[in-house]
Design a protein around this ligand. Structure first.
Ligand SMILES: [Zn+2]
Length: 471
């Protein structure tokens, strides 16, 4: 019997996954800062933790998955000022586009999705308690966490305080100003004073807004609790963001904050080459305009989540071809069409299917080894195409395991977008015009009537090409 093992950034090794309480899993992943359209890096992180939470549920865990929305940030205020609109409106706009992107990518909605603006009072309380406990100090309207007061600082990044000093930064104040305000350069802001009208709140230390790191610590505490099982994010968040989350939460609660830290690697984009030859694909929406959600997921899952992936036209087209093969196999025969109506029990007991299912589980249990899991799907597709009497059975097994990985198996190769439909109609009307010119009224009437049946009304205008509208 296979057991789930995950690579824990905190211990830098693969460990058996055992939740704190029974089969209950409390899981958190950092969400977007909503000031712009989400890009490919966001897509990879979202798909990675979508896979983690899907597979945990698939394995019988009761998962509570939380992903936040950072709707308070200097970048939001700056972008809103550039656009001449209120900051909260800009944040709402990009929250909606993020949701739209996630839905389009078939990333499941988290169980809770707290927004920073909903937790300002708990954040102020959190800061007050840190000051009281001697871990934070107010200075010039700001409040800083005193890193020297938390002896384990650096344990996630695995670097000493001196090595980490280079990374310390703050956006609202100059480095000279910060030297005056902070006891040590490594100290980080919990509260930043701000005279801004927007996205600023009154606090015991004056008007301002909370630091980014504090948001996650506070929302985790209030939505999930003081100790959670899994915290996920991109590897660029390890330092300073996650290191600081640990410092804040463990300094205050005096207990482990997160039991398993999971981090996904980044996406490399051949920016120059891509913009010249293939168009500019930085945002999720750009990529979705060209490739289906299944293709993007295939591209992401064919590499293990802890290895970098390279986004190129060739890699995407290869993923597209692979995905089409799986879709053809999954839809093999009408009986297998569109549903995952085979049970886990059948997979585990059927002598033909069990070896595939065992391989799939073993791969996913091994730190979510999706490249191997996907290769099992291809092995099943091979069986489907051997056209034996059992093709349908293999097709259903393929669908079942594919659905567990979040594939939709929707065949987008036969979905026509509006531009294409417009082109096809123009062509049909041209053919009708040519029939009329040749006095072939039978054909021209046939075309007009057939279009009418489809709800498209053709209107002849003297001396000009015919036009159409939906009736
Ligand atoms: Zn976070």
């Amino acid at each position: 019997m296979s057991t789930l093992k995950v690579f824990n950034t905190l211990t830098a090794q693969k460990e058996e996954f055992v939740p704190l309480v029974g089969k209950r899993v409390l899981m958190y992943a950092c969400g977007p800062t909503v000031y712009d359209l989400s890009h490919l890096g966001h897509a990879r992180m979202a798909i990675t933790f979508d896979i983690v939470q899907r597979y945990l549920r698939f394995s019988g865990y009761e998962v509570t998955f939380v992903r936040n929305i950072t709707d308070v940030d200097d970048k939001i205020i700056k972008r809103a000022a550039e656009r001449g609109i209120p900051a909260d409106r800009l944040a709402r706009e990009f929250t909606y586009t993020f949701w739209h992107d996630m839905r389009a990518l078939n990333v499941q909605t988290p169980d809770f999705e707290p927004r920073c603006t909903e937790y300002i009072v708990p954040m102020i309380d959190f800061i007050g308690e840190l000051i009281e406990a001697g871990h934070a100090y107010a200075s010039g309207g700001d409040v800083y966490f005193e890193v020297a007061s938390f002896k384990e600082y650096g344990k996630l990044k695995k670097q000493s305080l001196d090595e980490l000093l280079v990374g310390a930064r703050d956006q609202l104040r100059s480095q000279d100003e910060l030297k005056e305000l902070k006891r040590s350069a490594a100290d980080f802001a919990l509260w930043k004073s701000s005279g801004d009208e927007e996205l600023a709140w009154d606090s015991p230390w004056g008007r301002g807004r909370p630091g980014w790191h504090l948001e996650c610590s506070t929302m985790i505490k209030h939505v999930l609790g003081e100790t959670i099982d899994i915290h996920g994010g991109g590897e660029d968040l390890v330092f300073p963001h996650h290191e600081n989350e640990i410092a804040q939460s463990e300094a205050l609660h005096k207990k482990p904050f997160v039991r398993y830290w999971l981090h996904n690697s980044f996406v490399q984009v051949e920016a120059e080459k891509m913009s010249k030859s293939l168009g500019n694909f930085r945002t999720i929406q750009d990529v979705l305009a060209q490739y289906s959600a299944d293709t993007i997921r295939m591209f992401v899952l064919q590499t293990h989540y802890r290895s970098p992936i390279e986004f190129t036209g060739d890699n995407m087209n290869a993923a597209k071809t692979s995905m089409l093969r799986l879709i053809r196999a999954a839809k093999h025969g009408d009986e297998a069409n569109g549903s995952c109506d085979i049970t886990r029990e059948q997979l585990a007991t059927d002598a033909d299917l069990k070896p595939y299912f065992d391989d799939f589980i073993e791969a996913m249990d091994n730190d979510f080894n999706t490249p191997i899991a996907v290769s099992v799907l291809f092995a099943l597709a091979d069986q489907v195409f051997q056209a034996s009497d059992d093709s349908i059975k293999y097709a259903k097994a393929l669908q079942f395991m594919g659905c567990a990985l979040g594939f939709t198996f929707s065949d987008t190769s036969r979905v026509i977008d509006a531009d294409t439909a417009e082109g096809v109609l123009s062509l049909v009307l041209e053919l009708r015009e040519s029939a009329r010119t040749n006095k072939d009224y039978a054909t021209s009437d046939l075309i007009r009537n057939s279009l009418q049946t489809l709800g498209i009304k053709v209107m002849d205008v003297k001396g000009r090409p015919a036009t159409w509208e939906k009736s």
